[in-house]
Design a protein around this ligand. Structure first.
Ligand code: NAD
Length: 279
């Protein structure tokens, strides 16, 4: 099963499994077991964050899985309170400690917090972490083209990824295009629009034609667009279902119909407006 999840090569040569397991708001007491379920279902990539307060449970699942460390891909993210250089370095140390890992595969600045104006400082700290070898790749999350331009100007490492909201109701095309032009892979967060897009009749029609579920059709759409996805589910049967998206293909007209559902509707904050540092 894990063999069937393709890898995408990041701009520094590191390979990331195109499909992973999202962990935001999984029930805390079940997180370890659900990540283990995902590994059993073939997932080899897990997305966590300091903000989710579940790095320890994710690390416990990694340790308990028995899967060689080199076969797993673990992402975490710098929390909003820690953009100051020394705070970022200390927070990264805590991430490794919580995960009980010596190296994380990908570490991201979670939000740009433009009103605070310190994301290039946070990025400089992540570059130090990268050079130390304790993160195999570094990137950003929720960065608009303006924020990315500043990072490209001020920094020396091009972010490997930009993790942003993308789903059929919110194609986020401008940000995706900027990434394509600069060798920054787009990771689509809330790929299912937190489940809200799944009742679209267009998805039901396409799903029926392929003998699939609407969730599988949406995930397949992301995959064929070349983005990385990590759907979240606390339901074991859905965890399995969401990984079975590499054995069918959507036709160009089906891809276009799903892209056409875009109504500019976010489920989360606009990156220019998210300025909370207390989470
Ligand atoms: P998602 O789009 O993955 O939707 C999850 C919800 O969809 C589930 O809670 C469930 O209600 C439903 N669902 C899942 N599988 C289903 C299925 N097969 N059939 C029917 N319904 C199904 O939403 P998400 O959790 O917000 O996003 C995924 C991951 O992205 C997160 O867990 C997290 O890792 C990441 N994320 C990152 C940021 C960021 O700021 N960087 C923000 C939000 C999410």
């Amino acid at each position: 099963m894990s063999d069937s999840i393709p890898a995408i090569v990041l701009n520094n040569g590191v390979r990331i499994p195109q499909l992973g397991f999202g962990t935001y708001k999984l029930p805390a007491e079940d997180t370890r077991d659900l990540v283990l379920r995902a590994f059993e279902a073939g997932y080899r990539h897990v997305d966590t964050a300091q903000m989710y307060r579940n790095e320890r449970a994710v690390g416990e699942a990694v340790a308990a899985s028995g899967i060689p460390r080199a076969e797993l891909f673990v992402t975490s993210k710098l929390n909003n309170a820690f953009h100051a250089h020394d705070d970022a370095l200390a927070a990264f140390d805590r991430t490794l400690d919580e995960l009980q890992l010596e190296v994380v595969d990908l570490f991201l600045v979670h939000w740009p917090l433009p009103a605070l104006g310190r994301y290039t400082e946070a990025w400089a700290a992540l570059e130090e972490v990268y050079r130390s070898g304790r993160a195999r790749a570094i990137g950003v999350s929720n960065f608009q083209p303006d924020h990315l331009r500043r990072v490209l100007d001020a920094g020396t490492v091009v972010p490997a990824v930009n993790q942003v909201e993308v789903h059929p109701w919110f194609g986020n095309e401008e940000v995706r295009a900027f990434g394509r032009e600069h060798g920054i892979v787009t990771e689509a967060w809330s790929p299912l629009g937190r489940g809200r897009v799944l009742d679209e009749p267009t998805l039901a029609r396409i799903a029926e034609g392929h003998g699939r579920t609407p969730a599988q059709v949406v995930l397949r759409w992301h995959v064929q667009r070349g983005d990385v996805v990590f759907p979240k589910s606390a339901t074991p049967s859905r965890i399995v279902e969401n990984a079975r998206v590499f054995d069918f293909e959507l036709e160009p007209d089906e891809m276009a119909a799903i892209t056409g559902l875009d109504r500019g509707e976010r489920t989360g904050s606009h990156p220019d407006e998210e300025n909370r540092t207390d989470r």
